[in-house]
Design a protein around this ligand. Structure first.
Ligand code: FAD
Length: 279
């Protein structure tokens, strides 16, 4: 249907699309074809590939499903992010595929997918493409999707290590992130990944902070020195390029990333030494 009708529009949970239409940011012609995907079983399901160590999540899996067992146990950071999205009504409708295609810098699922190094499966009349999430997100609400392409699934590796998501907002619920961060540890490869939200045109990885943590962690003890945690926060903040807008200031966002990065690292490892890590 998407291949046949260039004016076709994909509708999943509608929690972004309907807002855009109602506010006049997006026009859909009266004769346009709207293709609803939220009742397609293949897009609503998920599978584990134990030999590859991956989880394939259908694009129309909702945040409510991601927030609850068994998915919550497989990708805890994605579950934590999902629990911060909107309200129960929004979480019941909103999908992970919709979050990817909207590609807001504040999308709560996106820093988790970036930290996990997810792969996005795109299907069109021309065939199947698999793109790393970092290549899908090209700018503020801009993706690398081609006309007529459907996101069918997102595949994430099942990492062996601590992972978590945290965000700063003006309330605890129904809030768009002023700043957000996902930290994911993979013990076997001794990697620490940190992805930042709401502080750049799209999600960014804090590569210098990641490299610093990798060598500063005592991997056999699972510890890190307080001074190294402080440096991790400082390096994370320098990876952000925030702006002042109606939600916050660039300075506060940069400060938030410093705090969030230190907080997450302090949850992932036992911190040794004097300096206190923010709870
Ligand atoms: C009150 C409210 C609170 C919110 N709070 C949050 C929040 O806290 N955090 C957050 O991140 N977001 C929030 N959102 C935004 C929204 O809920 C999410 O971005 C959600 O993941 C969008 O998914 P959806 O299924 O509703 O997408 P839809 O609105 O159905 O679609 C969004 C876009 O993606 C396209 N699309 C959808 N699925 C596919 C697919 N499979 N293939 C190709 N294109 C597709 C659509 O054509 C459209 O362009 C909120 C929205 C509302 C209304």
């Amino acid at each position: 249907m998407l291949a046949e009708r260039p004016d076709a529009v994909v509708l999943a949970g509608g929690t972004d699309l309907m807002v855009a239409i109602n506010e006049g940011h997006r026009q859909i012609g009266r004769e346009a074809l709207v293709v609803g995907v939220n009742r397609v079983p293949e897009l609503r399901s998920w599978t584990i590939d134990r030999s590859a160590g991956t989880l394939r999540i259908g694009a129309a899996v909702t945040y409510a499903e991601l927030a609850a067992p068994p998915l919550a146990g497989l990708v805890p950071a994605l579950a934590q992010a999902a629990r911060t999205v909107g309200s129960p009504q929004i979480r019941n409708a909103a999908t992970i595929g919709g979050n990817v295609v909207t590609c807001s810098p504040a999308g709560d699922g996106l820093p988790v997918l970036a930290a996990l190094e997810a792969t996005v499966e795109l299907v069109s009349g021309d065939g199947v493409r698999e793109l790393p999430i970092g290549e899908v997100m090209v700018g503020v609400k801009q993706t690398a999707l081609r006309r007529g392409e459907l996101v069918t699934a997102i595949t994430v590796p099942l990492l062996d290590g601590w992972q978590g998501y945290a965000k700063v907002g003006v309330r605890n619920a129904m809030v768009i992130a002023i700043a957000g961060a996902c930290l994911a540890v993979d013990g076997p490869s001794r990697s620490v990944r940190l992805a930042l939200a709401s502080v750049a045109p799209t999600i960014v990885r804090a590569e210098a902070a990641e490299a610093h943590a990798r060598q500063a962690v005592d991997w056999s003890e699972g510890t890190i020195a307080a001074g190294a945690v402080a440096e991790f926060g400082r390096l994370a903040a320098t990876a952000s390029t925030p702006i002042d807008d109606h939600r916050s200031t660039a300075d506060y966002r940069r400060h938030s990333i410093d705090v969030l990065a230190r907080r997450l690292l302090g949850r992932a490892f036992t911190v040794t030494g004097a300096e206190r890590v923010p709870a």
